[in-house]
Design a protein around this ligand. Structure first.
Ligand SMILES: NC(=O)c1ccc[n+]([C@@H]2O[C@H](COP(=O)([O-])OP(=O)(O)OC[C@H]3O[C@@H](n4cnc5c(N)ncnc54)[C@H](OP(=O)(O)O)[C@@H]3O)[C@@H](O)[C@H]2O)c1
Length: 334
């Protein structure tokens, strides 16, 4: 496992607490399936991404790993120049299951360490063995009730710290964690989280959570930068009824003010100029390139203070990935 980051500075980076450099623009992999997942990872690395955001729960780590292995074999990129990222699923929070979850994901990716490994949600669910179902998802069978298990987060964290000591993980992260829980974690963590990954887009600006995490020395990664778009496929009412951000007049006005800028690029640049890392997901080469150029600044435009404020002004505190919505019956993962 390399010490420190050797990522070439072809894309911007965020400096972590220990001086390592987190690529500010990565590629998402949620909802990539089968061959498309493998192709997208290969192509993403080819067009210049240096971070791939994966997770056990996305059900495609083996396919993403195929894309990575092919890129490594073809000399597209060196292992030490790519951040391979995964996440611990909710059913593996018990000390006895953390290592098996990490090892399964490592095997699927075909790597011997993760550069960054998140706890996906601060929610523990009843264990489901790999043989019974993998990935386990939220539900025990179909849409029946979620089975919770009361594993203290500290137990999970300490088990992960041991895997950092063992060289399987370089950096730990937390995802979908609110500031109160992060405050608690920071009180006892022997190894502090390096990154917080949360849902951030103009409808969910998360100003306070970002300020708090950054003040504590964490980098913050914004997921679902395009708001409702990434969630429409599930048919949830919130995502279907929200005005798409690509055609929102405020976002279009900013794009129109910068020759050649697209609305996806404006949304990514808005996040990057807040000092956030972004991980947009796309299947197509053209969009992978468009997103990388927009987010990294290579597209050649910067948002003014007034433009930043205009986009931040769209904030509604609207989360499309809120587990509590299941209880209100308005948003169900299938
Ligand atoms: N930690 C968590 O709980 C969590 C939750 C959600 C997401 N994430 C991570 O964040 C990543 C990104 O979030 P996301 O997948 O929800 O959504 P997203 O990146 O906000 O949006 C993805 C959607 O935007 C489309 N798209 C991408 N670039 C485009 C462009 N330039 N022009 C037009 N359409 C474009 C994609 O189309 P195509 O795919 O058809 O190309 C796809 O439908 C995920 O893949 C995952 O890695 C993490």
């Amino acid at each position: 496992m390399p010490q420190g980051s050797t990522t070439p500075l072809t894309t911007p980076t965020l400096v972590l607490g220990n001086g390592d450099r987190l690529p500010q623009v990565g590629m998402g992999t949620w909802k990539h399936t089968g061959e498309k997942a493998s192709e997208a990872v290969y192509n993403g690395l080819k067009v210049g991404y240096h971070l791939i955001d994966g997770a056990c729960d996305y059900g495609n780590e083996r396919e993403c790993g195929e894309g990575l292995r092919r890129a490594l074999a073809d000399g597209v990129v060196r292992r030490e120049d790519v951040w391979v990222v995964s996440k611990l699923w909710n059913t593996f929070h018990a000390r006895a299951h953390v290592r098996e979850a990490v090892e399964r994901s490592l095997k699927d990716w075909g790597v011997d360490y993760f550069d960054l490994y998140y706890v996906h949600f601060p929610i523990s669910l009843a264990y489901v063995s790999h043989e019974e179902r993998y990935p386990p998802g939220w539900y025990i069978d179909g849409k029946s009730e979620v089975k919770h298990e009361a594993i203290p987060f500290r137990e999970t964290w300490e088990a992960l710290e041991e895997l950092v000591d063992a060289g399987l993980i370089r950096h730990l992260g937390v995802s979908n964690m609110c500031s109160a829980l992060l405050m608690d974690l920071l009180k006892y963590a022997r190894i502090k989280p390096s990154v917080l990954q949360i849902e951030i887009h103009p409808y969910n600006v998360q100003r306070r959570a970002v300020e708090y995490a950054q003040a504590q020395g964490l980098a913050v990664t914004a997921y679902s930068s395009f708001g409702p778009l990434g969630f429409r496929v599930f048919g949830g009412a919130k995502a279907l009824h929200a005005q798409p951000l690509f055609t929102h007049p405020a976002v279009r006005a900013v794009a129109a003010a910068h020759a050649g800028a697209s609305t996806p690029q404006v949304l990514l640049r808005w996040a990057a100029q807040r000092g956030l890392a972004v991980i947009p997901k796309s299947d197509t080469d053209a969009m992978l390139r468009e997103n990388l150029a927009g987010a990294s600044g290579a597209a050649g435009f910067e948002l003014s203070g007034a433009e930043m404020d205009a986009i931040s002004g769209l904030d509604l505190g609207l989360r499309f990935n809120d587990p509590a919505d299941d209880f209100a019956g308005c948003y169900i993962f299938s």
